[in-house]
Design a protein around this ligand. Sequence first.
Ligand code: SF4
Length: 211
Amino acid sequence: MLVLGYIVLVAVILTLAYALLILVLTLVSMRRGRFYFPRLIKPGLIVVEGLLRSLWKALRLDDRELTSFAIRLRNQMNHDQFCAIPMDKRAIFLPQCLRSADCPADLTTEGLVCKRCMRCGIGKVIDHLEEDGRRVFIVPGSTFIKRMVKKYHPRAIVGVGCLLEVKEGLEMAESINMVAMGVVTSKDGCVETDMEWDRLLEVVGLVPGTP
Ligand code: SF4
């Protein structure tokens, strides 16, 4: 019984020490604007996420900063692989909240089909997004993403959404060995959200050699 108690105590201490190490590396990386030991931080952000968020809150830090950091880290680590994927093997998933409240698009089994009515930003950039054979989907939820990935077998995806959606999307993509990049919307909400379209065009068009 005593031995078991020691084992549990050691496990707790090791877990706490690991979480503290990830916390310090994350904070130093954020402050200095570069990623230190990314291969160590990335799994840590998942394995001890709950504990890390508790420590984060105890330090009165903004929870969103940690999520944003996790997204930037994954994007950075996926960057080179993504650049190497041909354009026609890339798929872009846009959330339906980006469209206008008066959107006339019809919902199909492959998501919404934009009619280019120009009432929202999608209509203005969708032709550019589709250039060079890239597939674009405007989807109401993650089940559509999984279905379209299964159907069209893209080798890389770009997912747009709010902080939490993008974070979870990047984790989901990794779990199915999919190269993914995430772009976060600039305005949260369920309707008429917005984003930096230039940033999205930049990401979808990444080629080897681009930063
Ligand atoms: S541009 Fe496309 S997505 Fe936007 S409101 Fe019009 S039909 Fe809907």
